[in-house]
Design a protein around this ligand. Structure first.
Ligand SMILES: *Cc1c(COP(=O)(O)O)cnc(C)c1O
Length: 454
């Protein structure tokens, strides 16, 4: 029987997170205070995050050890399996060898608990009683709810209204783990009230929900805030994915030429790609790492590299990143986790330095890819994950045209079992090609009067 599944033992869960900053030729630029435009120190983040996470946010250490308590909880679902996608290869009739790392076996169904557990752990250690957060598709809110109940921390989730209405069972899931869930924009915060006054029917966005969750954390000193992507410490925690995948590819007697992952804020992409980029830095390998974003929210492929706020309300520090402008409200596509105007600082710098690549796929193309994958491999991918699959298919088709076999690895970062409304819409022909005009992008960028990057 041919080997399809490559697994690791429980004691092979990584013992350290890999901090790519240590290896980057150009280090990320510092965050700026929005008032003074001076670089901010770590202490400026103290009202929002526990000190241990702030230290990780600015750390230059290459390896950061994973606490035993965190590894023990990881053991509920890690190490995750890596599969050879024979079914997909056959369906595409490609000479490419395709592998995928499957993060959907976590309790909440995506890669998000890798950082949620770590964040809840450090908050608990510093005596935090409550954590507020935002969630788009519901994946992050579920992961944090799961993690918080492990450590007896209250969890309050501002869920983008569009997803709240599309995915009622995500809310039930968060409630099961003891969290409170609000449809954002709410009238519970000033940021939410402001948006509702402008547009009572606002579908919400991640940027708006972040403003609400940050505000709620700021007004109570027992409460902190947690972010499910974008920040350096989140990307750091996700590197368990790629470290396992490197070992599993070795077990398969193979190494990827191309590593692919969908891109929202950059954490699952970082998670799988950074440990392979380490091989590029250390061993001179030439592994291409490609991020896949929606054409409806194309910050990497059509945005600008500039200082911008992480949220719509302009409450966060200014971060140097690829952005469409913090006012940009993406079209209500089903891949809620990819509806974010900006990109993480580290991945932005890597893209600027051409050490990684970015591509974009249309909303319709990704569902074609998702259904093809589900038929070929069984697992129904999350709408976010289908973007990565569309890139895999494009690369596998290139291999076929060129008559070359390449090894492709992608991160199947979550299943779509709570996203069947999205698939129904696709089958009913309700998902249409969505074009974003240059005028729309320019209009959003024109409002961005934040500092240029020299
Ligand atoms: C959150 C999420 C994403 C996007 O966020 P990243 O930080 O870019 O990973 C992608 N896929 C799934 C399944 C998600 O839950």
């Amino acid at each position: 029987m041919r080997q399809r599944k490559f697994t690791l033992e429980e004691n092979e869960i990584p013992e350290n997170w890999y901090n790519i900053v240590a290896d980057m030729p150009n280090k990320p630029l510092p965050p700026l205070h929005p008032g003074t435009l001076e670089p901010i120190g770590p202490e400026a983040l103290a009202p929002l995050f526990p000190m241990a996470l702030i230290e990780q946010e600015v750390s230059m250490e290459k390896w950061i050890s994973i606490p035993d308590e965190v590894r023990n909880i990881y053991g509920l679902w890690r190490p995750t399996p890596l599969y050879r996608a024979y079914g997909l290869e056959k369906a595409l009739d490609t000479p490419a060898k395709i592998y995928y790392k499957y993060e959907g076996i976590s309790p909440s169904g995506s890669h998000k608990p890798n950082t949620a557990v770590a964040q809840a752990y450090y908050n608990k250690k510093e005596g935090v009683k409550r954590i507020t957060t935002e969630t788009g598709a519901g994946q992050w809110g579920s992961a944090l709810s799961f993690a918080c109940q492990h450590f007896n921390i209250d969890c309050e989730v501002y869920m983008v209204k569009l997803s709240y209405n599309h995915k009622p069972y995500r809310k039930s899931m968060m409630n099961t783990w003891g969290a409170k869930v609000y449809a954002s924009p709410t009238d519970l915060t000033e940021a939410g009230k402001k948006i509702l006054a402008q547009d009572p029917n606002s579908p919400g966005s991640l940027g708006i929900a972040i403003s609400e969750a940050v505000e709620a954390a700021m007004r109570d000193d027992q409460t902190k805030y947690a972010l499910g992507s974008v920040l350096n410490h989140v990307k750091l925690h996700q590197t368990v994915i790629g470290q396992e995948a490197v070992k599993q590819m070795e077990k398969a007697g193979d190494m990827p030429d191309i590593v692919i992952a969908p891109f929202g804020g950059g954490s699952n992409f970082a998670g799988i790609a950074f440990p392979f980029l380490r091989l590029n830095f250390e061993e001179g390998k030439n592994i291409r790492c490609i991020s896949s974003e929606p054409t409806s929210c194309p910050k990497l492929t059509r945005g600008v590299f500039k200082y911008d706020f992480g949220d719509t309300g302009g409450m966060t520090p200014l971060l140097p990143m690829y952005t469409l402008g913090h006012d940009f409200v993406p079209a209500p596509i089903h891949a809620g986790g990819l509806r974010y105007h900006g990109a993480g600082v580290i991945v932005s710098q890597l893209l600027k330095d051409k050490l990684i690549e970015a591509v974009a796929h249309d909303n319709l193309e990704v569902f074609d890819a998702g259904v093809l994958f589900a038929k070929a491999e069984g697992i129904i991918p999350a709408p976010e994950a289908t973007h990565g699959i569309a890139t895999v298919i494009a690369e596998a088709n290139k291999c076929k045209e060129e008559g070359i076999s390449r090894t492709i690895l992608f991160n199947l970062c979550g299943h779509g079992n709570f996203d069947m409304k999205a698939y129904d819409d696709y089958f009913e022909g309700k998902i249409v090609k969505h074009e974003l005009t240059q005028e729309q992008i320019n209009a959003s960028l024109a409002k961005l009067n934040t500092p240029e990057i020299p």
